[in-house]
Design a binder for this molecule. Structure first.
Ligand code: PMP
Length: 313
């Protein structure tokens, strides 16, 4: 059978195209759901798949679920095991994206609360290539501000919160840019629509603190660790002003989907010399190796999966 996008849904593994919810589903109306985005990377040399930091992703999912007063039916460790099974069953021998989603599955409309509603859980695995299709991005400061912790928690991936990201990204792309950069409610730089942000100035590495209404990115923490351990650069977490980005030597974005992506331009100002900077390139190189199990020191960031052997023809 040809590989097909698969879903873990209702306790079974079924083709994703057959996993359906009804029009009255609470999450569909109100965004009462929380999700994750995990990459599963194909290493052709080793003929293995590497799921990158799934446990950290499922722990963040559980945090979001608890904010939505959901009790996940499995521990983060059990969810990793279900994901391994799912990935094996797809039959894909290429890069995949894994999307866990916990949602208010109750088919009840006109119901503005979280309690006394059933929850559902699905995990989907689909083939996935580049999220950002250009090697260096041109960005625009969003006219929308990043959602504030006083309105809705930005530190977990609540589905409703992504309307904020989608508004900003849509405006940026329709205006001819690749990505939007959010300022937070106090006017400091927060993050991209789906990426964290780092600034390099005079050899120092700076990123907004977790209190800047950003998502605590898993890629962000990998980059901070590798910058310290491999390049000897300690990341400073502090509020960043918009014009600091214009005047930076290098700016780059990090995320599961976006990897490490250099920013060449913001609001029609060239950053540095407009090309990927030295520190950005070093971190990008380390990160690309790590996510395919290529760095022994960071191999425990990956969960190895040996796919089913190819069917003989
Ligand atoms: N910020 C936002 C708003 C995101 O959606 C993402 C992608 N999950 C990130 C940052 C990066 O997080 P991570 O490195 O965990 O993918």
């Amino acid at each position: 059978m040809a590989p097909t996008p698969l879903a873990y849904f209702g306790g079974e593994f079924i083709p994703a195209s057959e996993a359906k919810v009804g029009v009255m589903t609470h999450a569909l109306h109100y965004g009462t759901a929380v999700f994750e985005g995990i990459r599963c990377n194909w290493n052709a040399e080793e003929e293995k798949l590497f799921i990158f930091r799934p446990l950290e992703h499922f722990k963040r999912l559980a945090e979001g679920a608890s904010i939505l007063r959901m009790v996940l039916p499995f521990t983060a460790e059990e969810l990793v095991n279900i994901t391994i099974d799912l990935v094996k069953r797809t039959g894909y021998r290429e890069d995949m994206y894994i999307r866990p989603l916990a949602y208010k599955s109750a088919e009840r409309v006109a119901n503005l609360k979280l309690h006394e509603l059933e929850d559902g859980l699905t995990i989907i695995a689909v083939p996935f290539g580049e999220y950002i299709e250009v090697p260096i991005v041109r960005c625009m400061t969003a006219s929308w501000r990043r959602i504030d912790e006083t309105m809705m928690p930005p530190r977990v991936k609540l589905s409703a919160g992504y309307v904020n990201s989608i508004l900003a990204k849509t405006d940026a792309v329709l205006a001819g840019f690749d990505e939007a950069i959010f300022l937070n409610n106090d006017g400091h730089v927060a993050e991209g629509s789906g990426e964290n942000l780092f600034v390099v100035k005079n050899g120092a590495l700076v990123t907004p603190p977790l209190t800047a209404n950003i998502l605590p990115g898993i890629t962000r923490s990998c980059i901070m660790q590798m910058a310290k351990d491999e390049l000897g650069i300690e990341t400073v977490e502090r509020p960043i002003g918009r014009a600091e980005l214009y005047l930076a030597d290098e700016v780059f974005l990090t995320g599961t989907a976006a990897h490490v992506t250099p920013m060449g331009e913001l609001d029609h100002r060239t950053i540095g010399n407009g090309a990927a900077g030295t520190i950005t390139k070093s971190l990008q190189d380390l990160y690309f190796k790590a996510i395919r199990g290529g760095l022994p020191k960071y191999r425990d960031w990956c969960v190895e999966v040996v796919p089913a052997p190819l069917a003989k023809v």
